[in-house]
Ligand binder design. Structure first.
Ligand code: NAP
Length: 244
């Protein structure tokens, strides 16, 4: 039986994963298919599994990275700590185990970007992607503060971001959807005028390749990195997990 892999989520028509895995399977001569499974509700996962007996593993995207956990038999300790699963392995006994490959995907891309530097970081946003980011920052020993629109969700709100705070945090990570389609003309509300040549801006968004957040940083001399390598890294990490 041809092995089946896939992606569950909502509005995933234009997603990167199917194209990435189709290219990988063709290049490496793997007899497998990668399908998009558009689910209106996470409860449809049960039917999707029954209709796809060859399913060996799947990725999980918005809005199901947290909700999928209730449908799993086991969760890897890192994914449990992060509270979000983006990769599920279907065992030969049919058991489902959840992993988070966004965190190592981000970590490896960040390490390429910052080299041996360990600058204090600001993480913008407090959703599932931000949880994966702070987990990775903790692993590599980077001190960070999260920034939320809502007081109490993180140590800082956008109103707290004085130019002085920006000057003391040389790594700024956008883990919000601001800048991604259809929000391409929006950017997180930080005092961009305080950015300079020592700053490093990382955006988890990969499409468009340069968000308004990154463009504003680049205009002030900051180094920038988008989410494309993170995306490739998390896909490769999923493939390794499915083939263990
Ligand atoms: P999310 O849950 O929809 O949003 C993340 C956080 O952003 C929210 O918790 C919220 O934090 C803040 N936020 C949401 N809407 C906002 C708005 N209109 N203005 C300001 N802040 C807003 O998204 P996510 O799943 O964590 O993903 C975040 C981003 O990372 C997305 O763009 C996603 O595509 C990207 N991502 C990329 C990769 C990759 O491999 N490159 C992997 C995962 C995710 P507060 O309520 O605390 O402000």
């Amino acid at each position: 039986m041809t092995a089946v892999y896939g992606l569950i989520g909502k509005h995933i028509g234009g997603s990167f994963s199917r194209e990435f895995f189709a290219g990988k399977f063709a290049a490496e001569g793997v007899d497998a298919e990668y399908r998009n499974f558009e689910l209106d509700h996470i409860g449809e996962l049960t039917r999707m599994r029954a209709e796809n007996p060859g399913l060996r593993g799947f990725n999980v995207t918005s809005p199901y990275k947290e909700r999928v956990i209730a449908y799993l038999d086991a969760v890897d300790p890192s994914a449990a700590r992060i509270g979000a699963v983006n990769c599920v392995r279907v065992g030969t006994d049919g058991r489902l185990t959840g992993y988070n490959t966004d965190a190592p995907g981000f970590r490896d891309s960040l390490l390429t970007f910052i080299g041996t530097l360990r600058p204090r970081a600001l993480v913008l946003g407090t959703g599932g992607a931000a949880s994966a980011v702070v987990h990775a920052l903790g692993e590599i020993g980077i001190e960070y503060s999260t920034v939320s629109r809502t007081a109490g969700k993180g140590p800082l709100t956008y109103n707290d971001l004085s130019p002085d705070i920006i000057r003391h945090h040389l790594l700024i990570i956008n883990a919000t959807p601001l800048g991604m389609g259809p929000l391409t003309d929006l950017a997180p509300a930080i005092p961009y005028e305080a950015l300079g040549g020592e700053h490093m801006l990382f955006d988890l968004i990969y499409n468009p390749p340069e968000t308004l957040f990154l463009a504003r940083g680049r205009e002030r001399g900051a180094r920038t990195c988008n989410g494309y390598d993170m995306l490739v890294n998390q896909a490769e990490a999923s493939w390794e997990i499915w083939n263990r």
